[in-house]
Ligand binder design. Structure first.
Ligand code: AKG
Length: 303
């Protein structure tokens, strides 16, 4: 059998030191890059930091029906019993719902919002499809956090995503403030691939979605990367948007405040970066974590 070259080796007993990414951060070039909607300053910031924060991108009123729908889903046993719904390990509150756009027409329409699509196409330099969508919800007083990781490291090893050519659009469904566990990011970390020690158990996802144990960068690597430009935790009202590059290291703390925090994530992958077999040698993860079938280019909602 022909051996595939793995440009991002990870998940072994011994791994190389962190090393520079192999692809550009912004994949469009020339006129397509300059055409917008992101202007030069925004592109430069995304390229430098690995993320862009757009406070109040959508009006709060435009996102409140999505929060209502999430609350309604939480009351329905036929939804909470689904495999794609992950409950918090200590309390019986929803932690994540995957493939939101398959469960709800409203969420599906939102993935095709022309303003989102145009920005993501500009960043990825091609047509795009949804690799994964999810809501992460942290109930007041008890919503758990997420350890430091690069999404790409997981998508590469467990899903067979070949290259760093995916972007997450995270839309805040509630206010994100300093106390309710906002996402923290390490600016500039997307420039380095951080290999992670440890082999991937079969069906790792069954436990990792509640508490990740492999695919975690070493503390020394996190310290090194955060040592350059620190850590940022963008905060703002419901409707704010965080666009972040698939390899940007991020994490979040437990929600110890009384205020719930719910964020929606749409992961757009380039149609030129469709999934292969997982590089960790494990079986492919379920469809709701990694789309393999429905990879046709998304068509704008307006058309
Ligand atoms: C992830 O889902 O990969 C995250 O790191 C989410 C962090 C959060 O929702 O606070």
């Amino acid at each position: 059998m022909l051996q595939r070259t793995d440009f991002y080796p990870t998940r072994d007993d011994f791994v190389p030191d962190l090393f520079p990414r192999q692809e550009p951060v912004i994949h469009s070039t020339g006129v397509a890059r300059e055409r917008g909607p992101l202007d030069r300053e925004q592109l430069d910031r995304f390229e430098r930091d690995g993320f862009l924060w757009m406070e109040g991108f959508f009006p709060e009123l435009a996102v409140s029906p999505f929060l209502e729908e999430l609350r309604h889903m939480a009351t329905r046993n036929d939804i909470t019993d689904l495999e794609q719904v992950v409950m918090d390990k200590e309390r019986q509150e929803i932690r994540s719902i995957f493939a939101m756009h398959e469960l709800s027409d409203a969420f599906d329409r939102m993935t095709r919002d022309p303003r989102l699509l145009d920005m993501v196409r500009q960043l990825l330099g091609s047509e795009v499809y949804i690799h994964q969508s999810r809501i992460n919800s942290k109930a007041g007083f008890c919503g758990n956090g997420f350890d430091w990781h690069s999404d790409f490291e997981t998508w590469h090893s467990e899903d067979g995503m070949p290259a760093m050519r995916a972007v997450s659009a995270s839309i805040m469904l509630t206010e994100n403030n300093a106390f309710n566990g906002p996402v923290m990011l390490i600016p500039g970390s997307h420039q380095q691939f951080v290999p992670c020690v440890g082999r991937t158990p079969d069906e790792n996802w069954a436990s990792s979605l509640k508490h990740q144990q492999v695919g975690l960068p070493s503390r020394a690597d996190i310290e090194k990367l955060a040592g350059s430009d620190g850590i940022q935790a963008p905060t703002g009202p419901a409707g704010s948007l965080l666009l972040f590059e698939c390899n940007t290291l991020h994490a979040s703390n437990r929600n110890m405040s009384p205020w719930p925090r719910a964020n929606l994530f749409f992961v757009y992958n380039s149609v030129e970066n469709r999934l292969a077999q997982p590089f960790a040698g494990t079986r492919p993860r379920p469809w709701y974590l990694a789309e393999r079938e429905n990879t046709r280019p998304l068509i704008d909602r307006r058309s």
